[in-house]
Design a protein around this ligand. Structure first.
Ligand code: PAF
Length: 275
């Protein structure tokens, strides 16, 4: 497995892969969800490059950035064990050089609601880093996890508008046995919090299975609160624009975000095919 730290080293040493390989951008603290993205890329027959870069511009909360888990040696061991071809480990200066290569960001409707509302500036940071990474890595294919559904829609739009030769793949969320979506942030849950965290999945499963009016969803939100889970949003949405709708018939998915202790968890269930 080759490891690249700089743009120039990557581009001069991997010329034969450029515009062909599959790229999986990550912020590290890798779990089976990330590894399943690699497996999907390999099953499609691609050479695979993974980047690990904790992107400061997408954190609207400095404590969240400081506490984001960093497990680089363990990450590299996992990636090597599943046959990843290359890893890109850039520094902040390599991604955001002082000479202003980074362009400003204009986002579409899909970035405005939900995460866009609760984490101002988050998607601007995501698009900023991905645009830069796509220009550096020059992938033919990219793989993203459905757990970050809104991010997937934002990236899909970025690719349609600016990188039409890249093929976008959204891969189903990997879950723990009790239903909790795998996430790097789960590592920050206490043992007690981890036990109740799956209540988010159970509540989402109810809302995705039958049409529920707002007042019934509110009852579920209150039950979660009684158990220490403070909801930010819990809605039906239509895709690809993540517009909140009031009934299941108009919706493609149910989306959730909330705090369990100090840890912010997001999840979703898609129950209708993407347009
Ligand atoms: O989903 C993530 O881990 C990040 O938002 C991404 C796509 C790697 C960009 O920093």
């Amino acid at each position: 497995m080759r490891i690249f730290y700089t743009v120039s080293h990557l581009q001069s040493s991997a010329a034969e892969y450029l515009n062909h390989w599959a790229f999986i951008p990550t912020m590290g603290a890798l779990h089976d969800g990330h590894l399943s993205l690699v497996q999907h890329a390999k099953e499609q027959g691609h050479s695979v490059i993974v980047s690990i870069f904790v992107n400061p511009t997408q954190f609207n909360n400095s404590e969240d950035l400081a506490k984001y888990p960093r497990t680089i040696y363990e990450d590299l061991r996992k990636l090597a064990s599943i046959g990843v071809d290359a890893v890109f480990l850039p520094s902040v200066n390599e991604i955001y050089p002082e000479d202003g290569i980074v362009k400003s960001v204009h986002l579409g409707l899909e970035a405005e609601s939900l995460e866009g509302h609760y984490r101002p500036g988050h998607f601007e940071g995501v698009v900023m880093v991905l645009r830069r990474l796509f220009e550096i890595v020059k992938p033919g294919h990219v793989f993203f996890g459905q757990k970050d559904l809104q991010q997937c829609m934002v990236v899909r739009r970025l690719i349609q508008q600016e990188f039409p030769l890249i093929q976008f793949n959204m891969i189903e969320t990997m879950r723990e046995l009790d239903g909790l979506a795998m996430s790097s942030r789960n590592e920050r849950l206490t043992a007690e919090e981890r036990i109740i965290a799956n209540e988010i999945y159970q509540a989402m499963a109810k809302v995705s299975a039958t049409d529920m009016v707002d007042s019934k969803i509110q009852i579920l939100i209150n039950e979660l609160k009684t158990n220490g889970i403070n909801t930010e949003y819990f809605n039906y949405v239509s895709l690809p624009d993540l517009v909140v709708v009031s009934n299941r018939a108009e919706a493609h998915a149910v989306v959730y975000a909330g705090y369990l202790g100090k840890v912010r968890l997001i999840d979703n269930l898609v129950f209708k095919e993407l347009p």
